[in-house]
Design a protein around this ligand. Structure first.
Ligand SMILES: [Fe+2]
Length: 470
């Protein structure tokens, strides 16, 4: 009997139990709740030839952004492509896409997932992998436009519809359509409050708009829906910490780091990324992070020289620089130089963004601030090419700004701080940076005014009175 998945797409397995496990694993994957891999392995145990389960397992490995996950892809691709499996055309196309990704051709791999989505707009797994692929490759417009492609083929009666709205919300946010993004994210959450990606999309809107108190309230009030047994929780905690960081509430940021963002020294790249990014932001602000860099650097060590994905390498570099392990820093830079000379998508990412940025971070750590400015400036304009979100890539701009300040390059520091106050006027931090730059230029009155604005902005974002009373 021909079986179909919950969205009406044909699958080759004849094992209904395995298919149901696939559906559960797919739901866990899209909602980031634990543990889709355990569920998908159970589906494969029920039916070792369940091709769609192998498509999901390969997809999970693709979405991990780690070289260590590649053997899983090879294994699942081999099963899907074995004639005895009897995989259908769509499942075989998943295999081809995952294989291209595993071979380092991320761009081609994503193109193949893109094409599956066009032909099968209800293929939720392909949509999810392509969405994450857009994110890894920094393709903001595709984060948005893919959802415009597929949503006409979905409605609220199709299982998983809310998740698509969550993805659309993120795509709209990354293309600065903030109002629509927030509306769409809230709509997704009306359908399913336990959609951490939709929560995350709205948190991004609030971050980009400098609505610090809104962001804190948003994440705090919905904490029970996104923070328990969820693989994205550390990242949503990171977003909460970003808001506190802007308000210079450093004790709270460090508490969140210790208890939520990095409570355990896991070797998971996506988790280590956020830990590095938060400690680096604190370091740029001159906050003493104590002994936190050391264990993070140790956690990064096994994959720091992989040269697999430049975005990871740059964040590993931060940890090694933060812990002042200079010979290891040189090793990472050498690995990245090698990766830059190879073929594949990561070579381009490394050449154009990753390597100059890592060199800039290393120079900053050694106190060579003018050199850091030299390295980072050319990469800044196209930093999107190495992936991540606008909020994550802000670290590029922040590092350049602090480098310009410490290098005594007052005109550049002022120019960069002015960019920030213009686009995010409610941020106390941005006004403080402008104040510092104006002070450097000897404009004491203007500097005092900027500092006063910073104080006003901070006061405006204090907890609302009725909430305090409550
Ligand atoms: Fe994010």
């Amino acid at each position: 009997m021909q079986l179909k998945d919950h969205r009406g797409l044909e699958v080759s397995t004849r094992n209904t139990r395995s298919l149901e496990r696939f559906e559960k694993a797919l739901d866990l994957t899209t909602s980031y709740f634990v543990d889709p891999l355990a569920e998908i392995n159970a589906a494969i145990a029920d039916d070792p030839d369940c091709a769609i389960a192998h498509c999901l397992r390969a997809g999970l490995a693709v979405m991990s952004s780690e070289r260590g996950a590649l053997p899983l892809i090879d294994e699942s691709v081999a099963v899907i492509e074995a004639p005895a499996t009897g995989a259908n055309d769509r499942e075989r196309r998943h295999a081809a896409a995952a294989r291209a990704w595993a071979q380092g051709d991320f761009a081609r791999g994503k193109q193949l997932y893109d094409a599956i989505v066009v032909d099968f707009p209800r293929d939720q797994l392909a949509v999810q992998i392509a969405h994450v692929g857009d994110f890894f490759l920094g393709q903001s417009t595709m984060l948005r436009d893919r959802m415009a492609q597929v949503l006409p083929h979905w409605d609220a009666s199709v299982p998983g519809y809310g998740y698509l709205l969550g993805m659309q919300a993120f795509g709209l946010e990354e293309t600065a359509l903030y109002e629509r993004a927030e509306d769409t994210g809230r709509r997704a959450l009306e359908l399913n409050p336990r959609d951490p990606w939709a929560v995350h999309a709205v948190a991004h809107v609030m971050e980009m708009q400098g609505r610090l108190r809104d962001g804190i309230d948003w994440l705090s009030s919905r904490q029970a829906d996104w923070s328990i047994d969820n693989g994205l929780a550390y990242h949503n905690w990171w977003h909460l910490a970003l808001h506190h960081l802007d308000l210079a509430e450093y004790d709270r940021v460090l508490e969140l780091y210790d208890t939520r963002i990095r409570p355990v020294q896991t070797p998971v790249a996506l988790e280590m990324l956020d830990a590095s990014a938060m400690l680096w932001r604190l370091t740029l602000r001159g906050v003493d992070v104590g002994a936190r860099w050391q264990p993070l650097a140790e956690a990064w060590a096994p994959i720091a020289n992989e040269g697999f994905y430049a975005f990871n390498d740059v964040h590993a570099t931060m940890a090694l620089v933060g812990s002042q392990q200079w010979s290891r820093v040189e090793d990472v830079l050498s690995s990245m130089e090698r990766a830059a000379g190879e073929s594949g998508t990561n070579a381009t990412m490394t050449r154009e963004v990753g390597l100059p940025l890592a060199r800039g971070i290393a120079a900053f750590g050694r106190g060579r601030y003018a050199e850091a400015v030299e390295h980072i400036t050319p990469a800044r304009a196209h930093a999107n090419r190495f992936g991540g979100s606008h909020a994550q890539r802000d670290i590029v701009h922040l590092t350049l700004l602090e480098s310009a300040m410490r290098a005594g390059n007052a005109p550049l520091a002022r120019a960069l701080a002015s960019e920030r106050t213009d686009v995010k006027r409610t941020s106390p931090f941005n006004w403080r940076m402008l104040g510092r730059a104006l002070e450097m230029q000897g404009l004491a009155q203007d500097a005092a005014k900027a500092r006063e604005t910073a104080d006003l902005r901070a006061a405006a974002q204090q907890p609302r009175r009725e909430k305090v009373a409550a």
